[in-house]
Design a binder for this molecule. Structure first.
Ligand code: CLF
Ligand code: SF4
Length: 520
């Protein structure tokens, strides 16, 4: 298909970009600085924090709204195998590391197989609201397969939001098609705007039928990415920018990237840690390039948050992921299994289910706000982190031993704020404690004062206490934020009375061993 066009055509539409930036900047709770469109509410913003049309786009998108990610699921279909660039954190044998935890996709699909899979998942998981194409290569290096998949899905399942993630090289050529297929959410991975830095991340790009290397390649890539971003936002398409934080290469520079993408109308910035280990077979993995620690990542995200909305709940998921962020149900929906499934896409039943989800969500927000009022007047200058074992719905509803990740909340007199998550090895395998696994769990939440769980055994409890982490099961099955605020209130009271001393915790690990080929 030939849907290329001149970028200049979009220069006559500055009002559209201004309008979007104004809407984002105007929403309650966000500071604005002149025409720069500063928006600082974070991806945890809810209804009432933004204009109704933007809320409609993000309210049940688990990546664009931190709030939504507790309740709504996404799925990816792996229809796009080819890529037009090379990143030093990617091994072509594995998923796109932009949007996927490195790991083999279990199967590549044709658009027709993908459409069938989407209907099967939509029937089985009524809270699955978003279909994303994110690899395993670059969706826009495979435009025929990508857009045919979107076409089939928008015809068969019109309530599902369409989402696309790209490295951006081919993006300006496809903006019209993206618009035509009502793809409302586009992610561009932008790791640099400086070609000198880009040359350390990208060995080559494939451009105009030839391979271009070095700084020239990085210059082409950054120009195309920023051009594509401007074109999308000028057309009212919500854009998220993903950046991989690579210590010593682009960590300091990402603050500049943040400013550049904000000024071009990006709605959300997602700074993700580099995941790098020799067994990944990537250039960075083999040359010993490390990823950031938990506190290095948080410090960079915090420093950018004053400028624009930051996403902190990304799970760097696979290109064939299915389920809530942080869970992977893809093995339930292999092509073999789908062929045997009784697929019944029932829009009314899906809507009824989602209405129930909304009721639960409103109850959660009301409980949080009521608890927050009891913190009014507190003006403590200390904050703590707590880890939470949850399987979703915004509740503390997972046993310590069954958790494969902990959600991290920062508690202060302003309330409870989601600031990240930590993947861990299962402590409890079949009911038996594994000492090594416990050590890795403790290292992953070492910066936390407490861990909230639905249940926990005596042995891990004792070890957590020895490590200075308070195991808390008194709020089992309650809402996370409401419970966390109540805990913080007690914590402050104990510090004030001298019953406990506030301790500044150390750093924590981001697990690099998340590399689990599903076919292995
Ligand atoms: Fe997929 Fe990406 Fe759409 Fe989400 S993922 S294409 S925006 S539906 Fe989400 Fe996964 Fe992070 Fe991506 S958690 S890797 S940000
Ligand atoms: Fe790999 Fe994605 Fe980079 Fe392509 S854009 S090289 S698939 S990480």
């Amino acid at each position: 298909m030939d849907d290329s066009h001149s970028f200049d055509a979009y220069q006559s539409e500055p009002a559209a970009l201004d309008d979007i930036m104004q809407k984002i900047a105007e929403h309650k709770g966000c500071g604005t600085t002149g025409g720069s469109g500063k928006a600082s509410c974070g991806s945890g913003a809810g209804e009432g924090d933004m204009p109704a049309d933007i809320w409609e786009k993000v309210k049940n998108h688990p990546c664009y709204s931190e709030e939504a990610h507790h309740h709504y699921a996404r799925m990816h279909v792996a229809v796009a195998p080819a890529c037009n660039i090379q990143c030093n954190y990617c091994n072509r044998k594995y998923d796109c590391a932009n949007e996927s935890r490195p790991g083999v996709v279990s199967e590549k699909l044709t658009p027709e197989q993908a459409a069938k899979k989407v209907l099967a998942v939509a029937s089985a998981i009524p809270q699955m609201t978003v279909l994303g194409i994110a690899g395993p290569g670059d969706p826009l290096a495979n435009p025929g397969k990508t857009f045919r998949t979107f076409e089939l899905i928008s015809e068969a399942a019109p309530d599902i939001k369409l989402c696309l993630s790209t490295n951006g090289l081919a993006l300006p050529d496809h903006v019209e098609t993206i618009k035509r297929f009502n793809v409302d959410h586009v992610t561009i991975t932008i790791n640099m705007t400086d070609p000198d830095i880009g040359a350390e991340i990208y060995p080559w790009v494939f451009w105009k039928h030839k391979r271009v290397t070095g700084k020239e390649a990085a210059k082409i890539l950054t120009d195309r990415q920023l051009q594509g971003l401007e074109m999308l936002t000028a057309n009212g398409i919500l854009c998220k920018v993903n950046s991989v934080m690579i210590p010593g290469i682009n960590d300091d520079h990402l603050v500049t990237v943040n400013r550049e993408v904000k000024s071009r109308g990006a709605f959300l910035h997602n700074i993700m840690p580099l995941i790098s280990a020799p067994e990944h077979g990537t250039v960075f993995g083999l040359n010993g390039q490390r990823g950031p620690s938990a506190q290095e990542l948080k410090a960079l995200q915090d420093s950018c948050e004053g400028e624009m909305n930051m996403m902190r709940h990304c799970r760097q998921c696979r290109a064939d992921a299915v389920g809530l962020l942080g869970e992977d149900r893809s093995a339930e929906f292999t092509t073999d299994k789908i062929m045997e499934m009784d697929v019944n896409y029932d829009l009314t039943a899906r809507q009824a289910y989602q209405e129930k989800v909304e009721e639960e969500r409103l109850a959660k927000v009301a409980a949080r706000n009521a608890e927050l009022e009891t913190l009014a007047g507190e003006n403590a200058d200390l904050s703590i982190l707590v880890a939470v074992a949850t399987k979703g719905s915004g509740r503390i509803n997972e046993h310590f031993g069954h958790a494969t990740e902990f959600q991290i909340y920062e508690l202060s007199s302003a309330g409870a704020k989601f600031v990240g998550h930590r993947r861990v090895d299962l402590y409890c395998q079949g009911g038996y404690g594994e000492e090594d696994a416990l050590e890795t769990v403790i290292r992953a939440i070492n910066d936390c004062t407490a861990v909230f769980v639905a249940k926990i055994g005596h042995c891990p409890k004792d070890d957590l206490i020895k490590a200075g982490i308070d195991p808390v099961d008194q709020y089992a099955y309650e809402f996370i934020e409401q419970s966390a605020i109540a805990y913080f209130k007690d914590y402050l009271a104990k510090v004030k009375s001298g019953e406990i001393a506030h301790v500044t915790r150390g750093d924590a690990d981001i697990r690099q061993g998340a590399f689990v080929p599903v076919n292995a």
